[in-house]
Design a protein around this ligand. Structure first.
Ligand code: RIB
Ligand code: CA
Length: 328
C-alpha cells in the first residue's frame, strides 16, 4: 500500500519458496503499491538450495531480475531441518519442470542483505516492512547480529503460528514448529526495539482461496506469470484433491494491500519452547478479564502482536488473482 504521500511501501520477503511462497513473491513483485526490495531465502519447505533456485525462478518469471536474493540459513537454530515436500512437491515448488533461472543470488549473506535494505529504507525515511513467510531463522540471526538495523524496521508481518489452529502438529504451525527458538527471538526483538509486529496465522491462512476455474482463467491469459500462477494453484488443488486451494503466504502480502479485509486483535503472544507435545505452539493470550491475568504467575507475554483472527477471504484472493492475471 502507499503511504499518505502515495509512495509505494518498501517490503522484503523472507521465504522458504514453496508453492505459496511463490504466490507471495509474485504479488509482492508485481503489485504497483508495493516496492519489493529483496527476497531472502531460508531452509523450510525444502532445502536451502531448492528454495534459492525456486525463488530465482519466480523472480525471473516476474521479470524482476533487479530484486536481490539473499542466501540464508540452511537449518534451524536448534532443530534439524523438517521439510514439507509432501505438500510442495519434490522440487519444493509444485514440480512444474520450469527451466532453471539465469539469475544468481546476491553475493551478500541474507542477514547482511536484510541489514543493508533495512538501513537504506530507514535512511530514506520509508521504513521497510519485513514479511517472513518461512521459519524465522534468518530474521532471528538479523536480530542477534545487527540489532541496530532490526530496530530500524517499520514493521514485521509474519506468516506463522495460530491462535486456535495448527498444522505441523496438534499444537504448532509449520514455520514456528520448524524453528521455535527463532520465532521466540523475533518476538522478543520486536518488543525490545518497539517494532510493530503482526501475525498472519493459520486462523486466516486457509480462508483466501482460488479455484480450478481461476486456473483456467489464468491459463487463458497465457503470460509467463499467469502460467506459473495457474501451475502453482493447480498443483495445490491436485495435491489436496480439491476444487480450490489457499493462496497461503500470499495472503500475508495481500493483507498489506487490503488491511481492512483482515480482523486483528492486539494480544500477548509467546512461543512454547519446552513442551513435549506443544513445542512450537504460539500461545496467543485471548483472555479478556484482567482479574485472571492479574493473578497469572506467568505474567503477560512481553510482546503484543496484531493477530489476524478473521479475514474477508475473497478480498485477499481477488487482490492476488487480479495482480498475477493482469485482470482489471
Ligand atoms: O504453515 C504454513 C506455512 O508453512 C507456509 O509458509 C508454507 O509455505 C510453509 O512454509
Ligand atoms: Ca512458506
Amino acid at each position: 500500500m502507499s503511504d499518505a504521500h502515495g509512495t509505494r511501501t518498501p517490503v522484503v520477503l523472507d521465504c522458504d519458496t514453496g508453492v505459496d511462497d511463490a504466490c507471495a513473491i509474485l504479488l509482492a513483485a508485481l503489485h504497483p503499491r508495493l516496492d519489493l526490495r529483496a527476497v531472502t531465502c531460508v531452509a523450510g519447505n525444502a532445502s536451502l538450495a531448492d528454495v534459492v533456485r525456486n525463488t530465482l525462478t519466480v523472480l525471473q518469471t516476474a521479470a524482476r531480475p533487479d530484486v536481490p536474493v539473499g542466501v540464508g540459513a540452511r537449518a534451524p537454530l536448534l532443530e534439524k531441518p523438517f521439510e514439507a515436500r509432501h505438500v510442495h512437491g519434490a522440487d519444493g515448488m509444485g514440480d512444474l519442470r520450469m527451466p532453471p533461472s539465469r539469475l544468481s543470488p546476491d553475493p551478500r549473506h541474507a542477514v547482511e542483505l536484510l541489514r543493508d535494505v533495512i538501513d537504506a529504507g530507514a535512511e530514506e525515511g520509508n521504513r521497510v516492512t519485513l514479511v517472513p513467510t518461512a521459519p524465522q531463522t534468518n530474521v532471528a540471526l538479523l536480530a542477534r547480529t545487527y540489532p541496530e538495523s532490526f530496530a530500524r524496521l517499520g514493521r514485521v508481518l509474519f506468516m506463522g503460528g495460530g491462535a486456535r489452529v495448527s498444522n505441523a502438529t496438534a499444537a504448532a504451525e509449520f514455520n514456528v514448529f520448524h524453528d521455535p527458538e527463532a520465532a521466540a527471538i523475533v518476538l522478543d526483538a520486536c518488543a525490545e526495539h518497539d517494532v510493530p509486529v503482526g501475525m498472519y496465522g493459520l486462523d486466516v491462512f486457509y480462508v483466501p482461496t482460488v479455484t480450478r476455474r481461476d486456473v483456467a482463467r489464468l491459463r487463458a491469459v497465457g503470460s509467463p506469470v499467469a502460467s506459473l500462477a495457474s501451475g502453482l494453484v493447480e498443483f495445490a488443488c491436485d495435491r489436496f484433491r480439491s476444487e480450490e486451494a489457499t493462496i497461503g503466504d500470499a495472503g500475508a502480502v495481500a493483507m498489506l494491500l487490503r488491511p481492512e479485509a483482515v480482523g486483528t486483535q492486539r494480544l500477548p503472544v509467546r512461543v512454547e519452547l519446552a513442551g513435549t507435545w506443544t513445542r512450537g505452539r504460539t500461545i496467543v493470550d485471548l483472555r479478556d478479564w484482567s482479574g485472571d491475568m492479574a493473578h497469572d504467575p506467568h505474567g503477560l507475554a512481553a510482546t503484543q502482536v496484531d493477530v489476524a483472527l478473521t479475514v474477508d477471504g475473497p478480498a485477499l484472493a481477488d487482490e492476488w488473482l487480479r495482480t498475477v492475471g493482469g485482470f482489471a
